[in-house]
Write a protein that binds this ligand. Structure first.
Ligand code: G3I
Length: 499
C-alpha cells in the first residue's frame, strides 16, 4: 500500500491515462452565450481571505515555499497532466487527447475566457486576486491545517436549491461568518447549486454566472481548490431544456455550448469537474439513466465521450470526473462505472476521476469494501475523491441522532477518510454541508438529519473531531494527536462521545 509520503513518487509514474433559484432568477451578471467578460469579482471574499491574499503559506508547512497553487500530487501548481505518458497498463494508448497541447482549441475559447497563462505556462484563473491566487493558510486546529498536502478537505458553498424556499437567505452570499468559517476550515469548495444548469443557463443561451463567479473568487482569494459541479445531470435542469422540443442536432449544440462556455470561463480556476453526474440507476443491473437523463435519452450514451472531450479541450489542466451516490463499495453501480471508465480510457477519452458522493444513512448498513472500490479505480490510473460525504440518521426533537448513532456516524466518516488516505490518488474529501439547519438532508428526508460535522453556531461534533484525529494520526502519528495542545478541544469531545 502506498502511503501519502510516497504519493509524490507514485504520482509521477501513475497518471491519468488516458440558477439562482429558478423561481425568480436575478439576472444581474447574466451574459449572453460566448460573451463572458473578465470580472474582478470580489463578492464573497472573507475577511480572512483578504488577509491571506498575496501571503505565503504560514499555517501549512507542507505548502511553504511552493509557488503557485497548493500541490495535489507532488506537482507544482495545478494538477498537471501535460506531458505525462500514462500508467504502464495503458501504455500504447493515445492517452487523453491534447493533454500536452495547451489551450485555445475550443470554439468557446475566445477573448474574455480564462485568465491567460502564468510564467510556468499554466492557465491563470481570471477570478484570482491581483497578483495571483492566494496561498491557503490554515490554523493547526482546523481540518485543512492538518491534512496531508496532497489531500484537499472541502465543503460546499451553500445556496440555491431548497434554500430558495427556506426562511433564511442563501448562506454563501448573505453570511460573512459562514464564509469565514469555510475559509478557515477547508482547502476546497464546491458550489452546492450555483453551477447547475438551472442556475447557470436559466434561459436558453443566456448565462448567469453571478453567484458562481462569487464562489470562484472566494476560493481564489482564500487559496482553496474548486470542484465544479456539475456539467451534465438529469436533475436541476431548466424547464426550457427539459420541456423544449429540440432536434438531436440542436440538443447536441446546446450541450456543447454550455460545456465549452462554462469550462472555459473557469479555466485555471476549477481544478476538478463533475462532468457527468449520476448516470447510472439504482436497479439491480445498474442500467444507464436513459429515460431521466435528457442527454443520454436523446443523444445516446456515446454523448458522454463528447462531453468529456469538450471539457478537456476547454481546460486541459482540469481533472474530469464521474460522480455518483450509492457507489460506496463493490456494488453493481460502482461496477458499471468501472467498466465504462475502463472502456473510455481504452478509447482515449479524457476521463480522470471517479467521485463517490458518499451520502450515508445510519438506517442502512455500510459496505466494508469502500476502500477496495476506490482502489480499483486508482489501479486504472485515475483519481478518486470523496465528493459529498454526509452521514444522516433519525433525529430527536433537538434534531440530534442518538448518542449511538452519532458515534456510528463518526466511525463512518473516519472509515471513509481512512480509505481515501490509503488510496494513492484519492485527492479530496468534501463534506456536503456545514450547518444541519442548512443541509439538504432534513429538506429531503423529513425526520432525519444531524448529518454534518458542526452543531449550530459552529461548535464541533464528534464527527469533526474524528476527522481531525484521523488526519493527524495519518500524517504525524498517534503521539502528535495525544500530546499536542492544539487538539485538546477535540480530544475532549471524542472522549465524551466514547470515541
Ligand atoms: O425545482 C423545485 C421547485 O419547482 C419547487 O418550487 C421547489 C420547492 O421546494 O423545489 C425545487 O426543487 C428544489 C431543487 O433543489 C431546485 O433547485 C428541491 O426542493 C431541493 O431539494 C433541491 O435541493 C438540492 C438537491 O441537490 C437537488 O437535487 C440541494 O440543495 C443540493 O444540496 C443537492 O445536492 C445534490 C448534489 O447536487 C448531487 N448529489 C446529491 C446531492 C444531495 O441531494
Amino acid at each position: 500500500m502506498f502511503t501519502r509520503s510516497n504519493r509524490r513518487t507514485l504520482t509521477a509514474a501513475v497518471v491519468c491515462a488516458g440558477a439562482l433559484a429558478l423561481g425568480t432568477p436575478t439576472m444581474a451578471g447574466a451574459v449572453p452565450a460566448q460573451q463572458a467578460t473578465t470580472l474582478t469579482a470580489d463578492a464573497g471574499v472573507s475577511a480572512k481571505g483578504a488577509e491571506k491574499a498575496g501571503q505565503k503559506s504560514q499555517g501549512r508547512p507542507d505548502h511553504a515555499g511552493q509557488s503557485g497553487r497548493p500541490d495535489h500530487a507532488g506537482q507544482s501548481g495545478r494538477p498537471d497532466h501535460a506531458g505525462q505518458s500514462g500508467k504502464p497498463d495503458h501504455a500504447g494508448q493515445p492517452g487523453p487527447p491534447d493533454h500536452a497541447k495547451g489551450k485555445g482549441k475550443g470554439k468557446g475559447k475566445g477573448p474574455g475566457h480564462g485568465g491567460g497563462e502564468d510564467s510556468t505556462g499554466q492557465t491563470q484563473c481570471q477570478f484570482a486576486p491581483e497578483g495571483g491566487e492566494a496561498e491557503g493558510s490554515w490554523d493547526r486546529d482546523s481540518l485543512a491545517g492538518v491534512a496531508p498536502d496532497d489531500l484537499r478537505i472541502g465543503n460546499i458553498a451553500a445556496g440555491g436549491g431548497h434554500h430558495s424556499d427556506a426562511d433564511y437567505p442563501d448562506p454563501f452570499p448573505s453570511d460573512p461568518p459562514y464564509r469565514d468559517h469555510l475559509a478557515s476550515e477547508y482547502s476546497s469548495v464546491t458550489h452546492e447549486n450555483y453551477l447547475k444548469w438551472e442556475f447557470v443557463q436559466p434561459e436558453q443561451g443566456v448565462y448567469d454566472f453571478e453567484q458562481a463567479d462569487a464562489v470562484v473568487a472566494f476560493a481564489e482569494a482564500n487559496g482553496m481548490d474548486l470542484r465544479g459541479h456539475a456539467l451534465s445531470w438529469h436533475s436541476q435542469n431548466p424547464d426550457w431544456l427539459e420541456e423544449g422540443d429540440f432536434t438531436e442536432a440542436e440538443l447536441r449544440e446546446i450541450l456543447e455550448d454550455h460545456v465549452r462556455t462554462v469550462v472555459s470561463r473557469y479555466a485555471g480556476c476549477i481544478d476538478q469537474w463533475d462532468v457527468a453526474n449520476e448516470i447510472f440507476q439504482d436497479d439491480e443491473a445498474a442500467s444507464i439513466r436513459d429515460s431521466e437523463n435528457i442527454w443520454i435519452r436523446e443523444l445516446g450514451p456515446e454523448i458522454l465521450d463528447d462531453v468529456f472531450t469538450w471539457a478537456h479541450e476547454e481546460d486541459p489542466e482540469a481533472l474530469l470526473f464521474y460522480n455518483d451516490y450509492n457507489v460506496d463499495g463493490l456494488n453493481a453501480k460502482a461496477d458499471a462505472y468501472y467498466d465504462l471508465i475502463r472502456e473510455q480510457l481504452e478509447r482515449g477519452v479524457p476521463v480522470h476521476g471517479f467521485g463517490a458522493q458518499t451520502h450515508l444513512s445510519m438506517q442502512y448498513g455500510f459496505d466494508d469494501s469502500y476502500q477496495e472500490n476506490l482502489q480499483r479505480f486508482d489501479d486504472l490510473g485515475i483519481h478518486t475523491a470523496v465528493t459529498e460525504i454526509d452521514v444522516r440518521g433519525e433525529v430527536d426533537e433537538n434534531d440530534m441522532m442518538s448518542p449511538e448513532d452519532r458515534a456510528g456516524a463518526a466511525e463512518r466518516y473516519a472509515t471513509v477518510l481512512q480509505a481515501c488516505l490509503e488510496v494513492s490518488l484519492c485527492n479530496s474529501f468534501t463534506i456536503w454541508g456545514t450547518l444541519d439547519a442548512q443541509s439538504w438532508v432534513p429538506n429531503t428526508f423529513p425526520g432525519e438529519g444531524d448529518a454534518t460535522v458542526h452543531e449550530g453556531d459552529y461548535e464541533r461534533k464528534p464527527t469533526y473531531c474524528i476527522i481531525q484525529r484521523t488526519l493527524v494520526e495519518h500524517v504525524e502519528g498517534a503521539s502528535a494527536w495525544e500530546d499536542d495542545a492544539s487538539f485538546e478541544e477535540c480530544r475532549g469531545i471524542l472522549e465524551s462521545a466514547g470515541l
